[in-house]
Ligand binder design. Sequence first.
Ligand SMILES: [Zn+2]
Ligand SMILES: [Zn+2]
Length: 303
Amino acid sequence: MPNRFCAICGKEIDSSAPHYGMCLDCYLKENPLFVLKDSFSINICLDCFSYSKKQDWYEPEVKDKFYLLEEALERFILKPYLKNDNVFFEMQFDEENFEYSSKDLLKTLNVKIIGRLKENPRIKHTEEIRININYELCDNCQKIRGGSYYTAIIQLRVNSEEDLDIINNILKDIEQYTEKLFEKEPRHFISQIKDQTNGIDLYLSTNELMNYLITFLNNKYHFLLKRSKKLVGRDNQKGKNVYRLKASIKVLPINKGDTLLINNKEYLVDTVLKNKIVLKDKKGEKITKNYQFFFSADYRKLS
Ligand SMILES: [Zn+2]
Ligand SMILES: [Zn+2]
């Protein structure tokens, strides 16, 4: 084959050149693998490392600033190239060009984005982008810091002060459960706990959390549940009414094997079912009472 020369720079080219009339370098200058704007702005939440470009906040997979920036660049500017799946990217942050705010927060930095063609990694392209970071609080962290945000309330009650111990146990369980959930999904949290006569009120950040907690408690405790909702306004953006949900939970501090005194007669708790209790008197005769009975009638726990 006769020697060929690059039409642009005149360099001799061989048969491996990507174009019949151009050397690799000139070809890549004419046909870059990707083209990016030279700057990029992003908002990062001061409390939780979520990031956003406009309104939506995204939780990074790893709570690390550089991992987060890579994820954000992929999501916001490299997506069309990643979709085509023919280029793979590498990002390099160079500490020399980091600039910090007076509060020691990283404000601007450069990232070098190197893309290589998958089928021929010799074909590559590099762009350098200036990243500007704004720090603020994401919507969820604003709610958490505000401390008064809630969409649902659980009212936990017992019949009398003597049974408040069980409320304390339930609260411990609820807090443990919610903390674990919060680590995975930070939108679920308890924003306030208020003491009430014979119980507590829990103010919850989501309606789902209320339902999760009810299911969770159902596996361990016996209670009467009443749900209600109150119209508190209208979300004009979504065109929907906004309700505040309430779950009233009256806890029955009775377990299998307890001895109860009802109308001066002793009963042994034989079985606790989902909504009723089977009692056995001293002669071995069984009677059944629904949960409601124990909130309206006088009874005493002997053991
Ligand atoms: Zn050339
Ligand atoms: Zn946040």
